[in-house]
Design a protein around this ligand. Structure first.
Ligand code: MN
Length: 313
């Protein structure tokens, strides 16, 4: 008898974290306004300006005091508001005057310029606001607002996911985006789940309640677990009910200059946006119900603004 096997079993995909995967700490950041709130910010990070086109990840709550953010401008980005709990009154200069509730996606495309206000309506607010950078080809788009209440859900293992941007496990959000990307709500019961990923995307996972092990790495609520491009699946294990989000996309390669609520391409462009807002230029329109109330722009920094570079880890 002899072993006739000539080809040992191939290892298709080794479990565990790989080069480039890294846990990024969160910062506590106070927001402006008369009744301002503070948020848990994980993106932009000093070493990582974007994950896909996502350039901003703020988590608020779960025990957040209600805040009132007066009208303020945006350019060159989309705001993605996703609530786990609470309710927000959103008004913008595209004519929107609506309530944001859990399970509904609010997606505001600033394009050339928009203004909006956000007033919390309940005692406790819990959720995320994300920004995505618009590519140069689309950042001159007309400002507009979308709300989506019929978003797909799927279950795998102990995970129930709801897809609010892009596609995951074959389920797609109807939301309009401008570069390939994904975002989903992750609601995980004790146990484990494997999420199939697009290997052309890089990804980030943030847990707002509970904690998880991602490919064996302990990830508490708060920080962001970055997973480099090339991964086809991720194993998530939890010991307690855990809630968070998955974001991802094709790496965004255009250098962007982010300052205050603006995204541009150069320092001078940001200066122009700021002056237009300070002059209450019609580019940003008017948010109904606020009279002349608005948040003034802070002074420009003394140094020239530059695009933040990605550093390899
Ligand atoms: Mn805003």
């Amino acid at each position: 008898m002899s072993n006739t096997e000539t080809k040992p079993e191939e290892v298709i995909c080794e479990p565990g974290l790989r080069a480039g995967d890294v846990l990024l700490e969160a910062r506590n950041v106070p927001l402006g306004g008369v009744k301002g709130v503070s948020v848990n910010r994980t993106l932009p990070h000093k070493n990582l300006p974007t994950i896909g086109a996502f350039c901003f990840v703020d988590q608020f709550g779960p025990t957040q005091q209600p805040g009132q953010i007066l009208p303020h401008p945006h350019t060159g980005l989309q705001t993605v508001t996703w609530l786990f709990d609470g309710m927000i009154h959103h008004r913008d200069s595209a004519g929107s005057d609506i309530m944001v509730r859990p399970g509904q996606l609010n997606l505001m495309t600033a394009g050339t310029g928009i203004a909006h206000s956000e007033y919390d309506q309940e005692d406790s607010q819990f959720g995320f606001q994300l920004w995505t950078a618009l590519p140069d080809s689309d950042r001159g788009t007309t400002p507009h607002f979308e709300q989506h209440s019929d978003l797909p859900k799927f279950s795998t293992g102990s995970l129930e996911a709801q897809v609010f941007i892009g596609s995951l496990h074959g389920f797609s959000s109807p939301a309009k985006t401008y570069t390939p990307m994904v975002a989903a709500d992750l609601n995980i019961q004790p146990g484990s789940a494997v999420i199939e990923l697009d290997p052309n995307f890089e990804h980030g996972l943030v847990f707002a309640r509970g904690a998880a092990r991602i490919e064996g790495q302990e990830v508490p609520s708060g920080p962001l677990m970055f997973l480099a491009k090339g991964r086809e699946r991720v194993l998530i294990e939890v010991d307690e009910p855990t809630r968070g989000i998955l974001i991802g996309g094709e790496p965004f390669t255009e250098p962007i200059v982010m300052w205050w609520n603006f995204i541009g391409r150069t320092h001078d462009e940001i200066v122009e946006f700021r002056e237009l807002w300070e002059n209450q230029d019609q580019r940003f329109g008017h948010v109904v119900g606020h009279g002349d109330e608005h948040i003034p722009a802070p002074p420009m920094p003394s140094v020239s603004l530059k695009a933040r570079r990605r550093r390899t880890f």
